[in-house]
Design a protein around this ligand. Structure first.
Ligand SMILES: [Zn+2]
Length: 306
């Protein structure tokens, strides 16, 4: 591998890292529904580009395998010819790929377990999707489970007035009807597949909360939604945990969300989207460069026949 061949993979890593550290910035300046959808789409593209690059860099490792070479009818000698630095890069890419696949498998298993627990709870209480369950609990909490059940505590029902209760309920219903748990699960999976996107899950937690807040504000008012959120956070005892399947009302950035509700509704500023779109576009170009080189090598090895 020559010095020039290092440029594309290094550039891919740098671009994904740049994407990963800028997500908090641009997503705060667009409507949360657009922000969440765009963040998920661009993160998926960034992850696919980096995983594809790793797989292509690791190709010499598997290309030299006799059985695979026989099966694919290519010349393993072409892959064996790579320089020592090329072999180090292939090995590093192969190990990284194996690590992220294990991380993703672990994350999927964790999500399946958590989804199973939420589903068992739904069946145990005999509720269907979108139904509200009120638990006899003096603490203040409201949450939407991934199984579609909305849980409110009796303490919360008593502490809020009618319009605040409506705001809380609309907020939780928005989580269920827009499938926000899927955004969060996909965000965690993408971060498992690509550690450079470690900020994406927190960002998606925040955006889906803000999205549900905006739905509640539309159904009631911005002031009512803000006061319901503030009162719930103030009167609920310790900070509720961030779980894989339960979206608690006050687990995510209450202060920031109240400030956003007290300000004007978010307007779309296209200029804010330039950074992520340009980074993803540059990443696609880099991946294309790596793909072209891989196709050249495969052609040389006779993988596409005569
Ligand atoms: Zn919520």
């Amino acid at each position: 591998m020559t010095a020039g061949e290092w440029v594309a993979p290094a550039l891919a890593v740098l671009l994904v890292a740049a994407f990963g550290v800028t997500v908090d910035g641009w997503t705060r300046h667009v409507h949360p529904a657009l922000g969440a959808r765009l963040l998920l789409a661009t993160s998926a593209l960034a992850s696919a580009a980096l995983l594809g690059t790793l797989a292509m860099l690791a190709l010499p490792l598997v290309g030299q395998n006799d059985a695979l070479a026989d099966y694919a009818r290519w010349s393993e000698a072409v892959f064996a010819r790579s320089s020592s630095s090329g072999r180090v890069v292939a090995l590093a890419a192969g190990v990284s790929l194996a690590v992220v696949i294990v991380r993703a498998a672990r994350e999927i298993r964790g999500q399946q377990r958590a989804t199973g627990t939420a589903e068992s709870f739904r069946r145990a209480v005999g509720a269907s999707r979108g139904e509200v369950v009120i638990t006899a609990d003096e603490s203040l909490d409201a949450m939407a489970l991934s199984s579609g059940v909305i849980v409110l505590t009796s303490g919360l029902v008593r502490a809020l007035d009618a319009s605040e209760r409506r705001a809380v309920l609309t907020h939780e219903r928005a989580h269920v009807s827009f499938g926000h748990h899927r955004y969060r699960q996909l965000g965690r999976l993408l971060a498992a597949l690509n550690p450079l996107l470690s900020r994406v899950p927190n960002c998606l937690d925040y955006l889906t909360e803000r999205w549900a807040d905006e739905e509640a504000a539309r159904a009631t008012s911005r002031a009512t939604t803000a006061s319901a959120l503030e009162r719930t956070a103030l009167l609920s005892a310790p900070k509720p945990p961030r779980a894989r399947t339960a979206m608690h009302a006050t687990a995510v950035a209450v202060e920031l969300r109240v400030r956003a509700l007290r300000a004007h509704p978010p307007a779309l500023r296209w200029s804010r989207l330039l950074t992520p779109l340009l980074i993803v576009f540059a990443l696609m170009l880099v991946t294309l460069m790596v793909s072209e080189r891989t196709i050249d090598v495969l052609q040389l090895a006779g993988a596409f026949g005569d």
